[in-house]
Ligand binder design. Structure first.
Ligand SMILES: NC(=O)C1=CN([C@@H]2O[C@H](COP(=O)(O)OP(=O)(O)OC[C@H]3O[C@@H](n4cnc5c(N)ncnc54)[C@H](OP(=O)(O)O)[C@@H]3O)[C@@H](O)[C@H]2O)C=CC1
Ligand SMILES: Nc1nc2c(ncn2[C@@H]2O[C@H](COP(=O)(O)O)[C@@H](O)[C@H]2O)c(=O)[nH]1
Length: 326
């Protein structure tokens, strides 16, 4: 039987502490052959990341994935190469996306990470695109998604994906589940647990992170990396437009399948919200790092993978612990 739960009704159980200070705990992780300071990647969305933030993240030891909307991925890749930085881009599954791969190969620029990013990633179009990338850029680490079932993980891995990205509908600006009746929204964490059981390659848990502790919960249930949109939008550096309401500053955050991103009202599965401006991105990332170090210490460990060893409880509906299941 599949247990159904989400971030807000899981708590991890502490184990005896093995460190004298949280500073001894190491939240870094290796993903696609590179070491990163955190198992966290900002969502590849237009209001979360741009070329400037991507560059800053790469320079400071963080993973990034540039979005694929109105950007020249080849020009971006060239600039990153000229600066000696790794290249991580997104593409879709249309003919112009295949042409981008051809150009990266023809110019010898390549890419270190390529994320195939479409709404329904368990698709023949994704199989074809993985094949195309592997043929033209065999060294590239291919992330494919989004998916929501173990069957999809098995298929995408067998098609050659080096990692899968999991999450259909848990995002803060997502309306997929309301519009289509499908998805992992509301049970993303147990979908992750379910998919991780069959995965032989890394999974990126994508969407639904509302608290820093949700990163540790994702790691516990099998995520190698955690993709975060709303919590990393709304910073001073964020690309979204700044809006003032009653003297308070907000940044817009909209879905990649919203009319604001697409520029037209067709197959809309995303909305736009305003995120209060919450300071500088560097400070949020630092706080996430400290909180994750603390999570590792509660897990009785010293490295990120130690979080995988802990037990957990599922809290009942009223969140007061009366319906504690173990
Ligand atoms: N994680 C999530 O829950 C979701 C994320 N998104 C994000 O929005 C962005 C746009 O996504 P998307 O619309 O796929 O990108 P595109 O508009 O680039 O579509 C990619 C291709 O897939 C086709 N397609 C899209 N949805 C489906 C579907 N349900 N069944 C069959 N074919 C489909 C499209 O054709 P056509 O348009 O003609 O159908 C198109 O050929 C992406 O960044 C994606 O990650 C979007 C929705 C859900
Ligand atoms: N259903 C939709 N999902 C979307 C859309 N744009 C982005 N996304 C997904 O949301 C996460 C970010 O989630 P958050 O909870 O951290 O804010 C992002 O990585 C995408 O997978 C959309 O238009 N519709």
């Amino acid at each position: 039987m599949v247990e159904i739960f989400d971030y807000e009704n899981i708590l991890l159980l502490p184990r005896r502490c093995r460190v004298g200070s949280r500073a001894e705990c190491d939240p870094s992780t290796t993903f696609g052959g590179r070491k990163f300071r955190l198992p966290v990647v900002p969502a590849n969305m237009k209001t979360v990341i741009d070329a400037h933030i991507a560059r800053w993240l790469a320079e400071h030891g963080y993973f990034y994935i540039l979005h694929r909307f109105d950007v020249d991925a080849v020009a971006f890749a060239r600039q990153m190469r000229d600066a000696g930085l790794f290249v991580s881009i997104s593409i879709g599954v249309r003919a112009d996306d295949a042409a981008t791969i051809d150009q990266l190969a023809a110019e010898g620029v390549g890419a270190d990470y390529i994320t195939i990013d479409i709404a329904h990633g368990h698709a023949d179009s994704v199989q074809r695109m993985i094949g195309h990338i592997k043929h033209k850029l065999p060294e590239a680490f291919v992330i494919a998604g989004n998916i929501g079932t173990p069957e999809a993980v098995i298929d995408l891995e067998s098609w050659g994906a080096d990692a899968t990205k999991l999450g259909i509908g848990p995002g803060k600006v997502c309306i997929t589940r309301m519009k289509t009746g499908f998805g992992t929204g509301g049970w993303q964490l147990s979908a992750l647990k379910w998919c991780a059981r069959v995965a032989t390659k890394p999974i990126i848990a994508d969407g639904g992170i509302r608290e820093h502790g949700d990163i540790a919960k994702s790691v516990r249930f099998g995520a190698a990396m955690v993709m975060i949109g709303s919590m990393l939008a709304g910073h001073e550096e964020s690309p979204g437009k700044t809006v003032e309401v009653d003297g308070a500053l907000y940044k817009e955050y909209y879905g990649s399948a919203s009319e604001f991103n697409k520029g037209l009202r067709r197959n809309v599965e995303g909305k736009r919200i305003l995120e209060p401006v919450k300071g500088r991105l560097v400070d949020t990332l630092k706080e996430m790092e400290e909180d994750l170090q603390s999570s590792i210490s509660y897990a009785g460990g010293t490295v990120l993978a130690d979080i995988r060893k802990v037990n957990y409880v599922i809290l009942g509906q009223n969140n007061a612990g009366e319906h504690l299941l173990m």
